[in-house]
Design a protein around this ligand. Structure first.
Ligand code: ARG
Length: 469
């Protein structure tokens, strides 16, 4: 294996300490920026030509060399292991020099690894943001499908993890649809601040060469160029924003996982998870464990950790670039991998879930989930809500002592508490009525939820016409 020369060796007389070199090098992880860095270099090479730094022949030679490197990286599995390097930037320069000779040494004119790495990271991340948005849409798509095909499924809704009021399963699905929608919006917003070009900022103060930064931005499809070189090389806000958007997304996925873990337990028994996303126990033969969901919940912690880590890394840094900032990459790379895999797994889980609709309905019918309905019934009969609440509380207490549900009480028993109650109360106490009465925007009435499903489908279709409902 050859070794790339240090880009800064001129001023040094002694060799680097081997343990330090290992500590300092980032190539083992920042090689992921290879393609982005080469693409940025292709554009930079053009800019150097237009600035009169490179002749046409030199620029063409560098560009064809860079393109050859791109191809080799794509086709040869050992490409990155052929050479030891400090970081991806040194690697590319050394490889290019090996390939085309001395001309390669002109490519770094007026450029620093500081503006280079900021550029490569933004280029790389913006593509990953697009992929994450697309996977988020895929999960939203599956949630809509489950909502649509199970529109008849009724289950208990919870507060404090106590049965509260009946809701539709579809309503639950669309709650997560909404969260993911906000996540998408956050990523789209984050994208705008990521897609700004720092190249041309030099090490910190700008560049001496007539580099047309706007032309580079145009070529690389950045929306604009940074306006302060000091800020440009030391800014990692876009990365922190990304980690923060990912943290919120993971928090949503973790709640989704937690809900489903509970629903799949014998205590709830509302759903059955597919064998394909569950595991067994090495000891207890009866076990079917929700590992896929537990891992989503568990991996949320590491994404939160990366966000705090990068914030902490940056908080004490004097302007401009400091080597501390090399720590941004592993946080971002691991977050990207984690979020992408969790989004994919969440989709597989929801697509393969089996609902136990009878059990869900039975749970929604037991445990006084219709008590609020009774209070609302009394309000309709002219009783003030606070009094209706009290009377209903008394009726519930009585029913509990009798071991009956509210709809199992006789008219005489009801009259012990209020003369305002008549036979029509039983219709009011039914689960179906409890659902259909929640008929304002945002409520769980079937009609409302069906409307939301339609809207959600239109929204997703607009973004990605290939997703067929
Ligand atoms: N590997 C470095 C990083 O990721 C590249 C920039 C190094 N710049 C420097 N002046 N040492 O931050």
């Amino acid at each position: 294996m050859s070794k790339a020369e240090n880009l800064w060796k001129g001023r040094f007389v002694k060799e680097s300490n081997a343990t330090f070199t290992e500590f300092n090098n980032s190539f083992r992880f920042d090689r992921r920026l290879f393609e982005a860095d080469v693409i940025a270099s292709l554009a930079y090479c053009n800019a150097l030509f237009y600035a009169g730094v490179l002749t046409k022949t030199e620029a063409e030679k560098i560009q064809s060399g860079l393109k050859t490197l791109l191809k080799r990286a794509a086709y040869s599995s050992s490409f990155f292991d052929e050479m030891q390097a400090e970081d991806v930037h040194s690697f590319i320069e050394a490889k290019l020099t090996q390939l085309i000779g001395e001309t390669a040494k002109k490519l770094h004119t007026g450029r620093s690894r500081n503006d280079q790495v900021a550029t490569a990271l933004r280029l790389w991340l913006r593509e990953e943001i697009k992929k994450i948005v697309s996977l988020t849409i895929d999960l939203q798509f599956s949630l809509i499908l489950s909502a649509e095909s199970n529109i008849d499924a009724i289950m208990p809704g919870y507060t404090h993890l106590q049965r509260a009021q009946p809701i539709l399963w579809s309503h639950w699905c669309l709650a997560y649809f909404e969260m993911l929608k906000r996540d998408r919006e956050r990523f789209e917003d984050n994208f705008r601040r990521t897609n700004i070009l720092p190249l041309g900022s030099g090490a910190l103060a700008g560049t001496n060469y007539e580099i047309d930064r706007e032309e580079i931005a145009y070529e690389l499809e950045f929306d604009s160029v940074t306006t302060n070189s000091l800020d440009a090389v030391s800014d990692r806000d876009f990365a922190i924003e990304f980690l923060s958007s990912c943290s919120i997304l993971m928090m949503h996925l973790s709640r989704f996982a937690e809900d489903l873990i509970l629903y799949s337990s014998q205590e709830f028994d509302f759903i059955e998870l597919s064998d394909s996303v569950s595991t067994g126990s090495s000891l207890m033969p009866q076990k079917k464990n929700p590992d896929a969901l537990e891992l989503i919940r568990g991996k949320t912690g590491r994404v939160f950790g990366h966000q705090i880590a990068l914030l902490t890394t940056l908080k004490g840094l004097p302007l401009a670039y400091n080597k501390d900032m090399q720590e941004d990459k592993e946080a971002i790379f691991d977050t990207v991998d984690t979020v992408k895999s969790c989004l994919k797994i969440a989709k597989i889980v929801i697509e393969n879930i089996k609902l136990k609709k009878e059990k869900m309905l039975a749970a929604a019918t037991k445990g006084y989930l219709n008590a609020t309905e009774l209070a609302d019934y009394l309000v309709q009969k002219g009783i003030a809500f606070r009094d209706a609440h009290y009377i209903t509380g008394q009726i519930v207490l009585y029913a509990i002592n009798q071991g009956k549900e509210l709809n199992e009480l006789s008219m005489d028993e009801m009259h012990l508490f209020s003369e305002a109650i008549s036979e029509d109360v039983f219709d009011y106490l039914s689960v179906k009525k409890a659902i259909s009465n929640k008929n304002q925007i945002g409520g769980t009435a079937t009609e409302r939820v069906a409307e939301c499903i339609k809207k959600a489908k239109d929204e997703i279709r607009k973004i990605n016409p290939h997703l067929k409902f």
